[in-house]
Write a protein that binds this ligand. Structure first.
Ligand code: HEC
Ligand code: HEC
Length: 301
């Protein structure tokens, strides 16, 4: 595509509010602060409040023979965070942050440096999850980040999202910084990706086995597959990112494509992706994110 056309496309994309949920009003928790919380199959019981302590990550399924490094489970400085509070102890991640399991360790270190130096931020300025990530990195030492990166890179990646094409979707509202279904009539999907936890209470308790459903506009998966073939997404990622991509959260993927395009992601390694994103309109980014999240499968039709 011509450079002028790419620049024009870049100007048309901005961060849509539905992709960056923000809770309104005081939070309402499924398990009250003093009440006991546990998860199916877990021998761990905690208070509701303990599941919401950013300094100490909940590990519902501890493996004493293979423990995460300290910074993953516990902040090392006052005001700091445990990486596993948000990304979960084995890097499963949540739609509002990122799956880290299986990413190359060097890439993890580079990205934390990009957040630290300000070359990576959110395309929606001030979005709380990204601000909190900046804060977590500011309160972690480089050696701790390297340990965390090695740990997360060794964890097996498991896809936890089911992608469904639909013209209409349930009504949703923010649950924390992710959408969740709420009672009411359905509404048109209107070009969005609507990703929700299947069990909102388990999600809220940071169950690493939580699963997600993502509704995407009709035709997205086949369209995304054609776009990916045109740009060689999978081939390039196999070379440069250990095959990164298939089966991850489509909301996360879409936020990143927008971040490359708007230059919210502008670190040294971002250039190849900026060149790709500059050529994609919003509906094309939605389609390719849907196809990647679906596992980058070839589908008949
Ligand atoms: C308070 C929640 C929170 C904590 C704690 C946190 N992160 Fe993050 N992290 C995020 C969010 C949100 C993003 C995605 C931000 C974005 O893309 O705008 C992210 C993104 C990342 C990414 C980029 C992943 C990718 O695929 O590009 C890496 C790497 C990362 N975090 C590593 C860490 C490490 C290491 C720690 C511990 C020192 C940590 N994070 C602690 C919320 C958190
Ligand atoms: C020229 C090689 C190349 C091509 C082609 C390419 N990518 Fe990438 N992609 C990269 C690199 C390199 C990164 C890491 C960027 C960085 O370090 O900031 C990346 C990162 C990403 C990320 C962010 C990953 C994360 O964990 O945050 C997404 C999403 C992505 N690519 C999607 C795509 C899609 C979709 C396509 C096809 C439309 C595509 N890429 C095509 C090289 C490529």
């Amino acid at each position: 595509m011509l450079l002028a056309a790419a620049a024009a496309a870049a100007a048309t994309v901005s961060a849509p509010a539905w992709l960056y949920p923000m809770p309104a009003g005081a939070p309402h928790f499924a398990v009250a602060d003093a009440a006991p919380a546990t998860r199916p199959g877990s021998g761990v019981t905690l208070t509701g409040a303990a599941t919401r302590n950013r300094a100490i990550a909940v590990d519902w399924f501890p493996d004493p023979a293979n423990p995460p490094p300290p910074i993953v489970l516990r902040a090392s400085q006052p005001g700091g965070y445990a990486c596993g509070y948000c990304h979960l102890p084995r890097g499963e991640g949540r739609p509002e942050n990122a799956t880290l399991a299986g990413l190359p360790a060097d890439y993890i270190v580079d990205q934390t440096e990009a957040f630290r130096s300000g070359t990576r931020t959110s395309a929606s300025p001030g979005w709380v999850p990204t601000e909190a990530m900046l804060n977590a990195v500011a309160h972690a030492k480089p050696a701790e980040i390297r340990e965390a990166a090695r740990w997360f890179s060794r964890q097996p990646f498991v896809s936890r999202v089911t992608v469904i094409e639909a013209a209409t979707v349930p009504v949703t509202a923010p649950l924390g910084f992710t959408l969740a279904v709420r009672p009411g009539p359905s509404e048109p999907i209107a070009g969005r990706i609507i990703e929700v936890p299947d069990d909102p209470d388990g999600f809220e308790l940071r169950d690493p086995r939580a699963r997600f459903t993502a509704w995407v506009p009709p035709g997205s998966i086949a369209r995304g597959r054609a776009i990916a073939a045109e740009f060689g997404c999978i081939e390039c990622h196999a070379e440069q990112l250990n095959g990164w991509g298939p089966g991850r959260s489509p909301s996360y993927i879409l936020r990143q494509l927008i971040a490359f395009k708007t230059r919210a992601r502008n670190d040294a390694g971002a250039q190849p992706m900026q060149a790709v994103a500059d050529q994609l309109e919003m509906d094309q980014m939605v389609a390719v994110a849907a196809w990647l999240a679906d596992g980058a499968r070839a589908k008949p039709g």
